[in-house]
Design a protein around this ligand. Sequence first.
Ligand code: ZN
Length: 241
Amino acid sequence: MSKLIDMHFHLDFYPNHLQIYNGINKLCQHTLCVTNQPEIFESCVDIYSVTKYIQFGLGYNPQCINDVPFNKSAFLRNLKRTKYVGEVGLDFSPKFYSNKEKQINIFDFICENSIDKIMSVHCKKAEEALYEILSHRKNSKVVLHWYSGDEFWLVKFLELGAYFSVNANMINSDKGKKIISRIPIERLLIESDGPFTKIDGKKYTFDKLENVYILLGTLFNMNLEKTKAQISQNFTWLVEK
Ligand SMILES: [Zn+2]
């Protein structure tokens, strides 16, 4: 029987993170806990042991660009502690646009140093710049999280070999459904993006991961077991790339 996989979860955003860490391990849900800054990754792996079910991603969220400088040496010294990098990426929304060049330099540096890592990538209104960097650096284990761009760039990212992790908010919206319908099923992964999504009208909690699988399954006429098996197979392909 396949286990559930959550490709993008923010454990450190929950005040009761210890309880959640234990709960996820108990439910045997493979979870990638992304972080928004290298220093946060460092404290997470200092506090929590990596288990069969919980991994931490070394990240720098582009939405931090106005407030927190990217600590290159903290990023580099932590790289060998994980196979996962995220949350990283580019965000050219109005609030972060003025620091566009800075973001590009940081993301390029991260990609250059993360060739063999599995990456959870944020991209908002920055598809072209993100594509340029990924195709130049040739990172192959890229997972675009909560993709919101247009179809042109979606196809370009598929050509690069990218995967897409989708969440309940996407599955429940018309725009998200349209995006998902353009992604070959072999390139889909599931994420919760907890605590930033909703499930059944309530803020996501880790015990609801199965419901996200059920939601995705309804789009493809697949039952829960089949959906779990497909996502688990996709994840194996990604890891073995
Ligand atoms: Zn996130």
